[in-house]
Structures are given as C-alpha cells and as structure tokens.
Design a binder for this molecule. Structure first.
Ligand code: NIG
Ligand code: FE
Length: 415
C-alpha cells in the first residue's frame, strides 16, 4: 500500500461529508474549508483529514511519503463534464471568418463547422488522434482538471464514430483520472445524408448504437438539438434508443435558438442538459421538478459571442448548476476551467463561490463521478497546491493566471 500525508496545509478547500446530490441554490454560495489542515491518502484515495492541532501522529511509517505543504493551500481538481477533445487539426480559419462577420451557422452551411472537423478526423489515423488527445489531457491536468467527459461526434459514420470511442476507451485505460465517454453520433448530419436525415438517424440507432453497446464503448448518449441539426422529436427518439442500450442521456440544448432540448432532457431523465443560452423561465421550472443538471459552457458563449445563459436565474431558482469547458476546435478552443469560472462570473453574474462549486462538485455529478471534485473520505486524491493567498475568488479574479503550483492525481505528483 502507498501512503501519502500532506501536512501544514494553510487552507484545505471544498471539504464535505456524506454528499450524495449536487449543491443547489443558496448552498452554492459557500465553499467549506479547513484551516491548518492535514490530508491522508492511501493508494490514490483520500482516507482521512483533520486539523494539525489534533493530528493523531504516525503509527506506521512503512511506504509513507510525507509532504510539508509549507502553509500553502490545497484544492480538489476541477471537473470538466463536457468536452470534444478528440479532434484533428484546428479551425483557426473559421475563427477569422467569424471575426469578419460570418455566423457559426453560415460557416456550417459552407461545409465548415462540425463537418469540417469530421472530414479532418476521418482522414487522420487512430494513433495520431490518440497522441493528440493524450497531449491535450496532459495539458488539461496541468491546468488543474482531474476528471473529464469526452464526446464522439466528429466521425459521423459508423467506422469513424467507433474509432473515436475506441480512442476514448484507450484514454480511460491510459490516464489515472476518471474519464467518461459520450456517444454523439447525432452531432450533425453528414454530407452523404444531407437530403436523407432519417437514414442517418436509422444508422445511429440501428447500426452504431448496437455496436457501441456490444463493445461497451460509451457511458452516455448525446444529441445536438438545434435548428438545422436534430429536432426535439428526433432528439427524444435518439436519446430513448441510447437509454434502451444502457446509456444515460445528455443533450446540447438551446444553444443557438430555443429548440426544446431541455424539455426532452427532463422528459427522458437525462443526467444533464448543456449550453442553455436560450433557456426560458418555463425551462427553469421544468428543471426544478427534475434530476437533470443544467450545465453552462461559457467558453462557447464567449467565443461565439452568444447571449449568456440565464444561469443566475437558475441558481436563484434553487437549481444545481454546473460549468464545463466544451473544449472543441470550433466553438471553445480552451479547456481552462478557471477561465470558464471567470467568464461565468462576468457574463452570467455568478459569484466566484457559485462558479467554483459549479466547476467542481456539481460538475462531478453532471458526469456521474461523484467521488471527485471535493475533499471527502473515499474520494479520488486528485488535487492541487497553490499559494496561501489563493481562494475560490482568485481563479475568477486573476483570470488566466497560472495559479496552480503542483497537481496530484491519485495521490501522485504530476510534473
Ligand atoms: O458544443 N454545439 C455543438 N457542438 C459543439 C461545437 C462543435 C464544433 O463546432 O465543432 C459545441 O459547441
Ligand atoms: Fe459541446
């Protein structure tokens, strides 16, 4: 057994007991902490913590590493519950076109957007995609992220969707952070089926899904419910098929217009609905009577210059909001979670404490890994060390500053 003790922690953040549901409404305004703390880890799992003044002492030194935090702070890692990090190339050209006045939809109609990424992905070998994805995950861990959800959806045919999902499966085996895999065959209509969407939906449901279930390649099913992509009815049909094959639902909902994705998400008991820029008061009421977690993606709203999602109203209505990066080459080419928190504060009017809870513990629930993103006994020891001056406010305040000094994954230092 490998043991690690971190002693002399100035402030241990996000310390909680017996958490079984995400934090909602008013409770999101607080982040519980322990001052002058120690933290004990065994085989990558948090086994105990406490105050230095009540430290019981060390009875067994065997395989024990002791780290003196020298009065620095410890935070659990961020959780990124929505990414598209397996992709080939980049879409810098589209970024420049958008700055010159073209809309995301106009670019998509010209074969840019998701279809552009699909073409690049199909042409790129699995080994190369795996290498690129590994590099991105290493970078994201350095930025303090300790759990990620990754979607397919740049394949858009059976072969390429399975290729993406097999890469995600290999990433799960390769990294010691929780990774969840989402099948997003319904991300766009591939050009081969642009005049026959029904046929593509049939392929998703009757060809891709059975194969994915057979190889156990996905945890979740997701649909881009949007004008020009998949309607609410089609979304419901595809999500239900995924549920039939044992997957939990997620929906890209109300991003560019109000398309009814939230209503379908609630109806089909999805684990989360994501984006939500065009969510209405009625949608907020629907979410209140559900277990579906609203996830905002402020990086995409910023990068596409969209109106901010009504996240303030969601928290004021007692919802358990989560924040994710949406890391992808088109609409959010950054996976920096502190930056996402800062955007959520400035654009969506969250308090920094709300943003911090949304990017850690609530995000963990949004990706069905409740044992990460907070300090609790039995949780994964994925955490990082900062200067003692850093609080949850600092991440949003000193936006994009490198505040993280050392990251630990499963109790091991990553350098
Ligand atoms: O979450 N909204 C749809 N899908 C992605 C965008 C993907 C892309 O543009 O490549 C998103 O923003
Ligand atoms: Fe997305």
């Amino acid at each position: 057994m490998q043991k690690l003790l971190i002693k002399n922690i100035h402030t241990l953040h996000q310390v909680r007991e017996n958490i079984t549901t995400p934090i909602r409404g008013e409770a999101m305004k607080e982040v519980p902490v322990l001052h002058n703390a120690w933290l004990a880890i065994e085989d990558g799992i948090i086994v105990d913590y406490g105050n230095m003044e009540e430290f019981p002492g060390i009875s067994d030194w065997k395989n024990l590493e002791v780290i003196d935090a020298e009065n620095k702070n410890v935070f659990p890692c961020f959780v990124d519950a929505h990414t598209h990090l397996v992709f080939a190339g980049n879409r810098e050209q589209e970024f420049v076109w958008r700055l010159q006045g073209m809309s995301y939809q106009e670019i998509a109609q010209r074969g840019g957007g998701i279809l552009n990424s699909a073409q690049k992905l199909r042409e790129t070998a699995e080994v190369e995609l795996f290498e690129l994805a590994q590099q991105r995950i290493r970078l994201l861990i350095k930025m303090g992220t300790g759990a990620i959800e990754i979607k397919s959806g740049y394949g858009l045919n059976t072969e390429a969707e399975l290729k993406m999902l097999r890469i995600i499966k290999k990433l799960k085996e390769h990294f010691h952070i929780p990774i969840k895999s989402t099948f997003l065959g319904a991300h766009a209509i591939p050009s081969e089926y642009k005049n026959n969407k029904e046929k593509y939906i049939e392929i998703i449901c009757n060809d891709m899904l059975p194969k994915i279930a057979d190889e156990q390649l996905a945890d979740f099913i997701d649909v881009f419910c949007e004008d020009g992509y998949f309607t609410a009815e089609e979304t419901e049909y595809i999500i239900e098929k995924g549920i039939h094959y044992g997957l939990k639902g997620k929906i890209h909902a109300e991003q560019l217009s109000h398309s009814g994705g939230i209503e379908i998400g609630v109806k089909t008991k999805c684990i989360s609905v994501d984006h939500l820029e065009y969510a209405t008061d009625k949608d907020i009421q629907l979410l209140k009577n559900s277990t579906t977690i609203p996830v905002i993606l402020p990086g995409a709203a910023y990068f596409l210059n969209l109106p901010p999602a009504p996240a303030r109203q969601m928290i004021d209505n007692d919802l358990p909001l989560a924040i994710a990066s949406d890391f992808n080459p088109g609409s959010s080419p950054s996976a920096n979670m502190p930056m996402m928190m800062s955007l959520a504060c400035v654009m969506n009017r969250l308090t920094p404490y709300e943003a911090y809870n949304a990017a850690t513990i609530n995000a963990a629930f949004a990706m069905d890994t409740p044992n990460v993103g907070w300090i609790g006994i039995g949780n994964f020891a994925n955490f990082f060390i900062t200067d003692k001056s850093v609080t949850p406010v600092t991440f949003a305040y000193h936006f994009a500053h490198p505040l993280i000094e050392q990251v630990f994954i499963m109790g091991k230092s990553i350098s």
